[in-house]
Design a protein around this ligand. Sequence first.
Ligand SMILES: Cc1cc2nc3c(=O)[nH]c(=O)nc-3n(C[C@H](O)[C@H](O)[C@H](O)COP(=O)(O)OP(=O)(O)OC[C@H]3O[C@@H](n4cnc5c(N)ncnc54)[C@H](O)[C@@H]3O)c2cc1C
Length: 376
Amino acid sequence: MPESVDYLIVGSGLTGGTLARLLSDVGREVLVLDRRKHLGGNVYDEVHSSGIRFHTYGPHLFRTNSKGIWEFVNRFAEFYEYIHQVSTLVDGRYETWPITTDTLLRIAGEQWEPGFLGSPSNFEEASLRMMPRIVYEKFVRGYTIKQWGVDPKTLAAQLAKRFDVREEGDRRFSRHRFQGLPRKGYANLIANLLSGISVRTGVDYLQCRSQFHVRKMLIYTGPIDEYYNSELGKLYYRGQHRESQYLPNINQIQPDSVINYPGLEDGNLVRQIEWKLMMPKSEQLTITGTLLTTERPVYPNSPDEYEYPFPDQRNADLYAAYRKRADAEDGLIVCGRLGEYRYYDMDHAIGRALVLAKRKLGLVVSYLDSAAEIEY
Ligand SMILES: Cc1cc2nc3c(=O)[nH]c(=O)nc-3n(C[C@H](O)[C@H](O)[C@H](O)COP(=O)(O)OP(=O)(O)OC[C@H]3O[C@@H](n4cnc5c(N)ncnc54)[C@H](O)[C@@H]3O)c2cc1C
């Protein structure tokens, strides 16, 4: 006999976790499954034996412009202020990232002109609209080739919206109104988010669909193509191979917690993270040594390694075909970064879940302010 449940949520990341919380808050019966051994999806974090906290799936900085979303996450964790800064290593020198106007002037001269004028049709043109070619070549082109494994001219222009050129002295990686990190980590935040809700880890829903009878709604936050056995084709992703190294005798090695490596001479290394620098200053002082993680992009084989949806037309069209199928099915919501094949920041994942709770589940959602809703 299949197990009956009103709401079955596949995936315990921020999308599934937020929807589970909202449903549970109004007394609905919910069961959350995750095929990983832990809860939290890609925001999961751990603590190294040295006491240094690291994020298992790459650095996750929380930021949002929405007061409602900020209040929502603060319900489950205390946050400390952390303003993220990034440097990029260009010609052997640490430069600020995103690029600032003084760097442009120093490298390209007072009379610099954008490398492209007009309406951009691809990522390279969109980047060149912001900066001269020499700066693009040094800061952006190599990083992009390594990150995506293709010529930047083949990538969507929209991807260039992820960065801009800043005024001199503006070192904030992000200019969001609320920024911080959970004092006890994301794994703890997720445990609180899902507190009192039935959860099962190590269960792959796609391997045991027939074991469940869903009375009201199946909410699936895994890869949409996998849900349909890749019948129309596979969606492409980029992922990263991470290698970590603990240096017991070194206190600090980098000027910032994240260093970008845009040079093609650095092989496929794109970033190195020094985790300690993300911890509160008072905690940093109590730590011996430092923990570093390098990131090298790959085409992942396992869905657990899927990170960035591939920003080109082939994948946009294929996703649209899967979306049509999912939207035609009653009793099913396919959502989240893997279900909607879309890069969502954490606040966007939560905001999107709030919107779906209102529109598709008919819930009254108090955290949904205009800053949260406006983006979807
Ligand atoms: C490298 C990287 C860095 C990032 N940094 C930031 C950052 O600094 N700031 C920021 O705001 N955002 C960041 N993000 C985005 C953030 O990770 C996402 O917003 C968030 O993870 C989305 O949550 P989700 O629940 O949609 O997906 P996920 O976290 O991926 O959760 C989906 C869950 O579904 C489970 N699942 C899938 N299929 C099945 C199945 N068949 N059966 C059972 N379980 C299944 C998975 O195991 C997973 O746990 C980053 C993302 C990446 C890739």
